[in-house]
Design a protein around this ligand. Structure first.
Ligand code: PLP
Length: 506
């Protein structure tokens, strides 16, 4: 007889000796099988060694690998199901190689200059490894005071960097989109907006604002809100006079101006809005002032960039993305909120089953400032590199990326037929081949296709007022001058080929 039917089927308060014996046998057998989940050191080392060899090989050959792979055929031998019995680590890694690594963008590559590149500095992987193996519960201070301290120290460091006071709070999020969502929700609740107000509540953005803000407004239930797209100047910065006038007009109409976003480095062109001016207008009109610095934020480490940050200390909230300008692996964003009460009002929660965890402390727990409860101890992937490297190499790398974007800007302008967007403020610039006729967009599309097919450098494009531009975004820590030189060579060869093929008149 199965012990389940003995213990639970017929409800008995005591088990017979036979039943107890069966239970013990069964448990022994289950323990043997479930212990596979806790492999001994021999197996752990075997797995570690295999992954280490794989990653070392990946890093050592990265220099000669492409930045973009156009996949011709579907990968063979792809493991597409979850097995009942485990497979060998070598088969697993072989499958990872063929089904993940051989197509799409190689985001770790020095040649990745598309979109906003991310990072992947090595010590972050070790931090993640340690966090996963030790598995401390970083959501609540009570559960892991040391882990939460590390995250709060990182938040404090970023608050200091942005000139936020010691009373401000923040959270390490999974990325800029969630950071923007936390900002919107905190702003909504801090201003006491109710559903009945939403149709009169006005958000001020520009066409260059990252789409995650509009998405966050929808997720926050405020889709009925009014979005005002303030015009931009020829450097793609918000026209602050137009902003002030629009707010005044909206007030006169009985609407409720509520939230303004300034971009510190737009995703499209890297433009930096006039933070001080927008902040002053926000303060005068009592708007929640959000600065989306997901791309540009850590350029604050570079002395020459401090001019862009003037007035940022007056923001109510700031989004940063360590997985962009701090070169961390994907999955690390940050929100900073000046008014702790505002952040807590939306996110703090008391639950009966968590009563033990409410210790008397002035330490904010990550769960108090985030939709998350249980979470990845992502602070460790930021803590490791900052401790092992210090901030100096980050500062140098960011300065280098700015200069590389400028170098490209000057060099491409030297080639006949090319024009560029505004001089790069940070590390993004854009260019196009222009023989001023209506076929230019098509030529530039073909040029980008050529660059992608070559694959050594990956670029992306954008369309502004109907004009197709190719973007160069320098933000991978591995990108250096020789990679920009390679890009310039590829562009020249591409133009020659398009000319030979008759797409460009001789
Ligand atoms: C990338 C980006 C975001 C979105 O961040 P994710 O980390 O991709 O979620 C928001 N705003 C700006 C300006 C960005 O560049």
């Amino acid at each position: 007889m199965d012990y389940f039917s003995v213990t639970f089927g017929t409800i008995m308060s005591k088990m017979s000796t036979d039943a107890l014996h069966t239970l013990a046998e069964r448990l022994k057998s289950l323990e043997r099988k479930s212990s596979l989940l806790n492999p001994p050191q021999g197996i752990r080392v075997q797995w570690q060694t295999a992954v280490e060899e794989y990653t070392n090989n990946f890093l050592e050959t990265l220099k000669t690998e492409k930045a973009y792979y156009q996949r011709e055929k579907q990968a063979e031998n792809s493991l597409s199901s979850i097995p009942k019995e485990g497979i060998h680590i070598h088969d697993l890694l072989k499958d990872y190689q063929s089904s993940v690594m051989e197509e799409g963008i190689n985001a770790a590559s020095q040649g990745h200059l598309g979109y906003i590149p991310g990072g992947g500095i090595y010590p972050s992987a070790l931090g993640d490894y340690l966090a996963a193996v030790s598995n401390r519960y970083a959501g609540i201070y009570y559960a892991a005071p040391g882990a939460v301290n590390i995250e709060n120290t990182l938040i404090r460091w970023m608050c200091d960097l942005m000139g936020f006071p010691p009373t401000s709070v923040g959270n390490l999020t999974s990325g800029g989109s969630i950071s923007n969502l936390i900002a919107i929700v905190s702003a909504r609740d801090a201003k006491g907006l109710k559903a009945a107000d939403y149709h009169r509540s006005v958000f001020y953005l520009t066409e260059q604002t990252h789409h995650s803000l509009q998405k966050a407004i929808r997720i926050a239930g405020m889709a009925e809100g009014i979005l005002r797209y303030i015009p931009v100047n020829n450097r793609f910065q918000m026209d602050t006079k137009a902003l002030a006038a629009q707010i005044q007009g909206d007030r006169a109409e009985g609407l409720q101006p509520f939230f303004v976003n300034a971009s510190l480095g737009t995703t499209n062109t890297g433009a930096v809005d006039d933070i001080a001016q927008i902040g002053a207008i926000a303060s005068k009109n009592r708007l929640w002032f959000h600065v989306d610095a997901a791309y540009g934020g850590f350029f604050k480490l570079v002395e020459s960039c401090s001019k862009y940050f003037l007035g940022i200390e007056h923001a109510d909230s700031i989004t940063l993305d360590p997985h962009k300008s701090l070169f961390l692996p994907f999955g690390t964003g940050t929100i900073l909120i000046k008014d702790a009460k505002a952040a807590l009002k939306s996110h703090y929660y008391l639950a009966d089953y968590m009563q033990d965890s409410y210790v008397d402390t002035n330490q904010i727990s990550p769960a108090d400032v985030s939709p998350e409860l249980t979470k990845h101890f992502r602070g460790l992937r930021m803590w490791f590199p900052l401790q092992l490297f210090g901030t100096a190499p980050f500062e140098a790398a960011l300065q280098e990326k700015i200069l590389l974007a400028q170098y490209f800007y000057y060099k491409i302008n030297e080639i006949t037929g090319f024009e560029t967007g505004p001089f790069p403020e940070l590390s993004i610039t854009m260019f196009r081949y222009s023989i001023s006729n209506e076929k230019d967009n098509g030529i530039n599309q073909k040029l980008l296709e050529y660059i992608k097919q070559d694959g050594r450098i990956f670029l992306s494009s954008t369309t502004i007022d109907g004009t197709f531009w190719i973007r160069v975004a320098v933000l991978v820590f591995r990108t250096h001058q020789k990679d920009i030189d390679l890009l310039l060579d590829i562009i020249k060869t591409g133009i020659n080929q398009l000319t030979e093929q008759g797409h460009i008149p001789r």
